[in-house]
Design a protein around this ligand. Structure first.
Ligand code: WQD
Length: 346
């Protein structure tokens, strides 16, 4: 029988790609999502790609009775991947209580129900944001690097949630957990059937860039060219979302097969390579043949100058490695933007 996995936030960007990879690996997926930042049509897209329709329930993880109803309706869930969260850094500064409530209550509710329903483990979507700006000697940053005070309520919810998981497991709860610290996920499924669909004006680089390339935005602003980096622009570890999705499958295998050696394991999930904003723009122009209209603008408040991951632990222990190139990721993002135009979405 197929092992059953609950994916919260499964109609979102990373959740939908992960659902496809879980299905390909032989899992049965139950998606819950409150659709606050995604659309139920994504379930159709997942079915189109995998040939299997995942179960879907429109449920908010903050609603404990409704969440309990999901475990009742789908008995035998063995693992949870918890993506559902609010994730806009700027919005979190304006609406801190909304962020704390949504991101923290949802995790607590899941943790409460896990022992009751015999769920073995949970994978939590964390972020390299927990490292803040690592000291230069700590780059590429390892999982042991110090956690820095969060720059935003959003970042703080990631730190607090990591601690909640650790404290709960330490208390003797009969569950295990894997915290995956993502670097910068980009791109879309190679079929362009699912992808990243930001609400309104994108805050993140890739959707802003592809929307500029297609003419929705007149110009991309490069936030700062006077950083202490070789070309003056910021450096990030951009990871293709399909590679990132596969990391979740490896982590889930570890949990359901009881192969984890610690009750809470932490992994960086990135490529291990730092790429600057200018390098990324050049690569986009080269691999798509599209000339991008961009200009240098002032630095953006709160930006980290440079961060990229040491991913040795995920490579060795999870047996996972990012295999796609930046070109693959950027070409897929461009293909997706063109698909959105075809569908008349934007
Ligand atoms: C990348 C680089 C910008 C837009 C954020 C969150 C993080 C994570 C992913 C998720 C930076 C530059 C951007 C633009 C630009 N979590 N940029 N022009 O800030 O690294 O990470 O998203 O949900 O927690 O903090 O990603 O894509 O916003 O920026 O020059 O129009 O691109 O300055 O150097 P970031 P980003």
């Amino acid at each position: 029988m197929k092992k059953k996995i609950l994916v919260t936030g499964g109609t979102g960007f990373i959740g939908s790609h992960t659902t496809v990879e879980l299905q390909a690996a032989g899992y049965e997926v139950v998606i819950i999502d409150n659709l606050s930042n995604s659309n139920a049509d994504v379930v159709d897209g997942i079915e189109k790609i995998s040939g299997v329709r995942p179960a879907f329930e429109k449920v908010d993880c903050c609603d404990l009775p409704a969440l309990r109803g999901v475990f009742e309706k789908y008995p035998g869930i063995e693992g949870i991947i918890h993506f559902a969260a609010s994730k806009a850094v700027g919005e979190s500064v304006e609406k801190p209580l909304m962020y704390y409530e949504n991101n923290i209550v949802s995790l607590i509710n899941l943790l409460k129900l896990m022992p009751e329903y015999g769920v073995k483990g949970i994978i939590f979507s964390s972020s390299c944001t927990v490292y803040g700006q690592p000291d230069p000697e700590n780059l590429p940053v390892t999982e042991q690097a110090p956690i820095k005070k969060a720059e935003s309520p959003y970042g703080n919810t990631k730190q607090i949630n990591e601690e909640i998981v650790q404290d709960y497991v330490k208390s003797g709860a009969p569950i295990s957990a894997i915290l995956l610290r993502y670097f910068n996920p980009i791109g879309s499924h190679p079929t362009a059937i699912i992808g990243e669909l930001p609400n309104g004006v994108p805050a993140n680089l890739i959707p802003y860039l592809t929307q500029t390339a297609i003419g929705i935005r007149p110009q991309l602003n490069v936030f700062g060219d006077d950083y202490d980096t070789p070309d003056g622009s910021c450096i990030r570890d951009f990871i293709y979302v399909v590679d990132l999705a596969k990391a979740h499958v490896c982590a889930m295998e570890r949990i359901v097969n009881g192969q984890n050696t610690e009750p809470v394991e932490i992994y960086n999930v990135g490529t291990g390579n730092g790429v600057s904003v200018f390098e990324l723009i050049n690569t986009f122009e080269k691999c798509t043949g599209v000339k991008l209209n961009y200009k240098v603008a002032p630095r953006r408040a709160g930006d980290i100058e440079k961060v990229w991951g040491n991913v040795d632990k995920a490579n060795k222990v999870l047996g996972w490695k990012a295999v796609h190139t930046l070109e693959d990721a950027l070409s897929s993002a461009w293909k997706w933007q063109q698909e959105l135009r075809k569908r008349g979405v934007m």
